[in-house]
Write a protein that binds this ligand. Structure first.
Ligand SMILES: C[S@@+](CC[C@H](N)C(=O)[O-])C[C@H]1O[C@@H](n2cnc3c(N)ncnc32)[C@H](O)[C@@H]1O
Length: 220
């Protein structure tokens, strides 16, 4: 499963925007436990390399790919999204879903640009600050960072009702905290803590919004 508040329609939109098929390779940067990338690989027939700096996440993703019967065309690498160690220009497309706001966005975009073939597509979904008191790690506008890294923006729009979706996800996590602790152990504490932080601000104006970005790697 993906850990994000994306709907099936959003995932379809990501898969369509990547413009990949059977002969293509796409990279899922910050792949988590693999749900999003594996779903896109199944839908498009493309080969997948997922990258995450959590070894637990890439182990889970490897197991999920085996269970789904696509391990021959799905590899997972434990590495930082800013420095994957993968070869330059290998990717027909890169997806990077809900990752750049946890990292150095400029360096992640530089790595996406390095990995892409000329004219290859990048699809990025990320939180963007809309107030001055937003958490400092969340960028105000990603567009200059794309331009600096030879990524030409084709689509840049806000996901609809994203905050409501996140709040409903965190309500569900908070309400099931005990069941999650039984299932996940101490890992559940982080999720419940995040849920508490979001729910504490539920009645305050939003400080961020989530942006859906499609870009194309410039030819030179
Ligand atoms: C909110 S989850 C999204 C996971 C996945 N993209 C999805 O759609 O389900 C963020 C993921 O990014 C990973 N991550 C964050 N910063 C990273 C970095 N600098 N390098 C690699 N992975 C990173 C985390 O380990 C986590 O798995």
């Amino acid at each position: 499963m993906p850990f994000s508040a994306l709907y099936r329609a959003d995932l379809n939109r990501v898969a369509d925007a990547l413009q990949i098929g059977r002969d293509d390779l796409f990279i899922d940067l910050g792949c988590g436990s693999g749900g999003t990338g594996i779903w896109i690989a199944e839908r498009t027939g493309a080969s997948l390399v997922g990258v995450d700096f959590s070894a637990v996440a890439t182990e889970n993703a490897t197991e999920l790919a085996q269970r789904r019967g696509i391990s021959k065309r799905a590899d997972f690498v434990t590495a930082d999204a800013t420095q994957t160690g993968l070869s330059t220009g290998i990717a027909d497309a890169v997806a990077c879903i809900e990752v750049v706001m946890f990292s150095d966005a400029s360096r992640v975009l530089a790595e996406i640009s390095r990995l892409l073939k000329p004219a290859g597509r990048a699809v990025v979904i990320a939180a963007e600050a809309i107030t001055d008191d937003a958490p400092p790690i969340v960028a105000r506008d990603y567009r200059p960072l794309f331009a600096d890294n030879a990524l030409e923006i084709m689509t840049y729009d806000a996901l609809i009702h994203y905050r409501e979706r996140v709040l409903s996800l965190y309500h569900a996590i908070y309400d099931r905290a005990e069941a999650l602790r039984t299932q996940m152990g101490v890992g559940a504490d982080y999720l419940v803590g995040e849920a508490q932080k979001w729910l504490a601000r539920e009645h305050l104006p939003p400080r961020t919004r989530d942006i859906f970005i499609v870009a194309r790697r410039a030819s030179s």
